[in-house]
Unconditional design. Structure first.
Length: 201
């Protein structure tokens, strides 16, 4: 059976089985899109013509895969880790890099209509841009349908966010700002507060 892996800093709001729709075949591996180059035909072509030096990468906070068809990833990792003990081989630098590299021909992106990374989806350097995105009707509808939100690299995790006073602002190491308001986050703020049992004013 296919499986859905979630990092512990992921909040689930809905039916995770919806994520399985990304599986085009039992060989498919899907993670969250993160790099500029998207998973797809262009990335696969670059991977092929550059002898696997260029490839699309993602974030492994959420992984959709079939365990019976992906054992080669860990086998290849152990093989290469033994050969490159000093860490000179770039795909070995992070699990998501290696998954993306090893399974590039069958990689897919987890749909942003179902799951997102909190900093990518809700944080921007400027308040006006956060509010503009939050006000767009198609983005509001998409966010209401999310089944999972993950918090990779966020200074404060969801449980800590729930305790923040309304209007608090947090800036991450990339200069993106979190505005802890309903205007910026929509219903997500209230969902986090309700989930973690904080008063949330």
């Amino acid at each position: 059976m296919p499986a859905v892996y979630l990092d512990l800093d992921t909040i689930v709001f809905g039916d995770l089985s919806q994520l399985l729709q990304v599986m085009e075949s039992p060989q498919t591996v899907a993670i969250l899109q993160s790099a500029i180059l998207p998973f797809g035909a262009l990335a696969r072509t670059l991977y092929r013509i550059t002898d696997r030096r260029r490839y699309a990468r993602g974030n492994s906070s959420i992984v959709v895969y079939h365990p019976a068809h992906t054992g080669y990833i860990s086998e290849r990792f152990r093989e290469l880790a033994a050969q490159h003990r000093t860490g000179g081989f770039k795909p070995l630098r992070a699990d998501e890099r290696f998954i993306s590299w090893a399974a590039q021909p069958v990689m897919r992106a987890v749909p942003a209509s179902l799951a997102v990374k909190f900093p990518t989806e809700y944080m921007q350097p400027w308040r006006w841009l956060v509010h503009l995105r939050a006000d767009l009707p198609w983005i509001r509808r998409r966010r209401e349908g999310l089944v999972a939100v993950t918090f990779p690299g966020v200074k404060l995790k969801a449980g800590e966010l729930a305790a923040l006073p309304e209007g608090a602002t947090i800036t991450d190491r990339k200069g993106r700002r979190l505005f802890w308001t309903d205007r910026a986050l929509g219903s997500l703020r209230r969902k986090i507060i309700d989930l973690y049992g904080q008063p949330g004013s």
